[in-house]
Ligand binder design. Structure first.
Ligand SMILES: NC(=O)c1ccc[n+]([C@@H]2O[C@H](COP(=O)([O-])OP(=O)(O)OC[C@H]3O[C@@H](n4cnc5c(N)ncnc54)[C@H](O)[C@@H]3O)[C@@H](O)[C@H]2O)c1
Length: 256
């Protein structure tokens, strides 16, 4: 098994790619900590894993709160005795325009995509250092590699996530901690519906989706499992010589 007995913490794990991630990691032998603000869906995900014989717990936390971002790490260490793998997956699809910046949208987009990730990672680093190493993964986006005309705040936050990733990769290499990010293109999860039907765009979700697919070389959106597969690889020892990489999982979108 590719993550045998590794202690893996995943945020935004009750839905979409995070849920696909905890499921994949558990099947590969990890001891999984699933974190989400949605208690009902979180309980369903964790029950599914434990009923199938996997080792998993859920922690309900609102990651807009700095204290909660650190608590999920201390609770993990308390329960499993350490932390090996962290997937900072939580994010928020902000849409505010530059010309008439919506302060509330700006705050939540920056808080969930960036500030929370600083806090959780800051708590995780000493825990990994004390075990002699680990692996950290961020979820950025193709909007963190190229511009996103309709989501400037989201794009700025995801570029910053990749900046944080690159900064930490060099600093933490000596501690045996690898740091990478996945940069999904359009992925078939509830969040994609939000991106496809924002108030400042044509409200026809299906038309927006078809137009999006037409711009992807592989001519389809991705699945949550396809991103979870990339996350598994980057977090696992199979990627032992890979650090500081922002990997697009996007059907070729940024290659054009
Ligand atoms: N879906 C896409 O097309 C796409 C593309 C690129 C990047 N991303 C990134 O992927 C990540 C999540 O995407 P997804 O598509 O898996 O989403 P999703 O909509 O399937 O799930 C998001 C999860 O985040 C949880 N969440 C929301 N606010 C939270 C909070 N304050 N504290 C804790 N949990 C909270 C929700 O309850 C939900 O379970 C984000 O970082 C997003 O920016 C998504």
């Amino acid at each position: 098994m590719r993550l045998n007995k590794k202690i893996a913490l995943v945020t935004a794990a009750a839905s979409g790619m995070g849920r696909a991630g905890v499921t994949r990691f558990a099947h590969e032998g990890a001891q999984v900590v699933a974190v989400d603000v949605d208690e009902k869906n979180l309980n369903t995900v964790v029950k599914g894993l434990t009923d199938a014989g996997h080792d998993a717990i859920g922690i309900c936390a609102d990651l807009t709160d700095d204290t909660e971002c650190a608590r999920i790490v201390t609770d993990t260490v308390q329960h499993y005795g350490g932390l090996d793998l962290l997937w900072n997956h939580v994010g928020h699809p902000g849409y505010s325009r530059v010309e008439d910046l919506d302060a509330a949208d700006y705050e939540i987009t920056m808080d969930l995509n960036l500030r929370s990730v600083f806090r959780t990672t800051g708590a995780a680093i000493p825990a990994m250092q004390s075990r002699g190493g680990g692996s950290i993964l961020f979820t950025a986006s193709i909007a963190g590699l190229i511009g996103s005309p309709f989501s400037p705040v989201y794009s700025a936050a995801k570029w910053a996530v990749n900046g944080l990733m690159a900064s930490l990769a060099g600093r933490l290499a000596g501690d045996g901690i690898r740091v990478n990010s996945v940069c999904p293109g359009p992925i078939d999860t509830p969040m994609l519906n939000v991106f496809m039907a924002r108030p400042d765009q044509n409200a026809d979700k299906e038309a927006n989706l078809e137009m999006m697919k037409g711009n992807i070389p592989l001519k389809r959106v991705g699945t949550a499992e396809e991103v979870a597969n990339a996350a598994l690889f980057l977090l696992s020892d199979e990627a032992s010589y890979i650090t500081g990489v922002a990997l697009p999982v996007d059907g070729g979108f940024v290659s054009k």
